[in-house]
Design a protein around this ligand. Structure first.
Ligand code: PLP
Length: 334
């Protein structure tokens, strides 16, 4: 069976760079949504916890429950609430505020310019009124940047909007006699663009896994890819000159050659458009569960740098990683 290798050394190296930039382990929330960006939720959660990270961000309650014992704080980005002290539920709209039961631990997402989710700054006062009236437990106020990876002034514009939101939130908690909420805003790209962060912590996903998709002009920190994808040989044969291999027979041998089939395909989450692997290329079409490669090695590395694959097929590292099937075995190595 094809499998994924996770490098503990690379992951810890990245966390060290991130924690240094953020100002300590306690200022880092590791983003584990979508099966930890394809790396394996539990495997990565255990490693992050072993490193000393206490905060995690996930998409839903099911994910939160799987890692509940490993973190002190878990922010759930989009799900209906259940009463659990350390699960904080994201409020994506004013309607959410009316839906969540009294006592829910919530964090207000503020739309400071991305216009995807969250309440707008003008709704802040209304939100606080509902929070007090419905006795919801306000734990945090946060935002998300739409262009932290691009060279433009957009990040600074959104940051200024969020500064204003923080100021008003502090006035409002005083007025409504609520405890001071946590403030957070930076993703990976924003964290590495800033000199230092004034928020309580940063929400870091892709950088922990070894990538940044920022414009070339920004000096990238020396992050290391954590994941490599491997396949095992199923069978080998000699392809005679002129014989064609795989669906549609699109690859034709221009000489006698030895080829092997390996146990990975688009069913495992690799893309049909991928043509090259670490030491060679894919001959003909990618099947659901097979690819054909020249030679006879027992194992081959499909990729150890998701950005290279992303470039080849015209996407971003995030997409290459999250597509990896949860059914692939994850093996943690040093
Ligand atoms: C996915 C996500 C992040 C992490 O973004 P990266 O670019 O992977 O660091 C942070 N915050 C929110 C709200 C997200 O949805």
């Amino acid at each position: 069976m094809a499998y994924i290798k996770l490098s503990k050394n690379a992951f810890f190296h990245n966390l060290e760079l991130i924690a240094k930039k953020a100002g300590g382990n306690e200022k880092v929330a590791i983003v584990l949504k979508d099966n930890a960006y394809g790396h394996g939720l539990l495997e990565i959660a255990k490693l992050a916890s072993e490193y000393g990270i206490k905060r995690a961000v996930v998409r839903n309650t099911a994910e939160a429950k799987e890692i509940e014992n490993l973190f002190d704080y878990i922010l759930i980005l989009a799900d209906a609430p259940q009463q659990k002290e350390k699960f904080h539920y994201t409020i994506n709209s004013l309607e959410d505020l009316k839906r969540f039961p009294t006592g829910s631990h919530i964090e207000l997402k503020i739309d400071t310019g991305m216009h995807r989710n969250g309440i707008v700054p003008d709704e802040l006062e209304e939100a606080f009124k509902i929070i007090q009236k419905r006795a919801l437990n306000l734990k945090g106020v946060f935002t998300h940047f739409r262009s932290a990876d691009e060279l433009s002034s957009e990040l600074f514009w959104q940051e200024r909007n969020f500064d204003e939101v923080k100021k008003r939130s502090l006035e409002l908690v005083k007025r409504y006699e609520l405890p001071k909420p946590l403030f957070h805003s930076c993703n990976s790209a924003a964290l590495f663009r800033k000199q230092r962060i004034e928020d309580d912590f940063a929400r870091v996903g892709i950088a922990a896994y070894g990538y940044l998709e920022t414009d070339e002009i920004f000096k990238s920190p020396p992050l290391k890819p954590v994941l490599s994808l491997w396949a095992r040989r199923l069978s080998s044969r000699v392809l005679k000159k002129g014989q064609r291999v795989g669906y549609g027979g699109v690859f034709e041998a221009d000489r006698d050659m030895v080829v092997s089939a390996y146990d990975i395909g688009y069913g495992d989450g690799i893309f049909r458009a991928q043509k090259s692997i670490v030491d060679g290329k894919i001959l003909g079409r990618v099947s659901m569960d097979n690819i054909i490669v020249e030679g006879k090695q027992d194992k081959i590395c499909i990729f150890d740098d998701a950005k290279r694959v992303a470039k080849e097929i015209g996407t971003i590292s995030y997409e290459v990683l999250v597509k990896l099937s949860p059914n692939l075995a994850r093996i943690v190595c040093e």
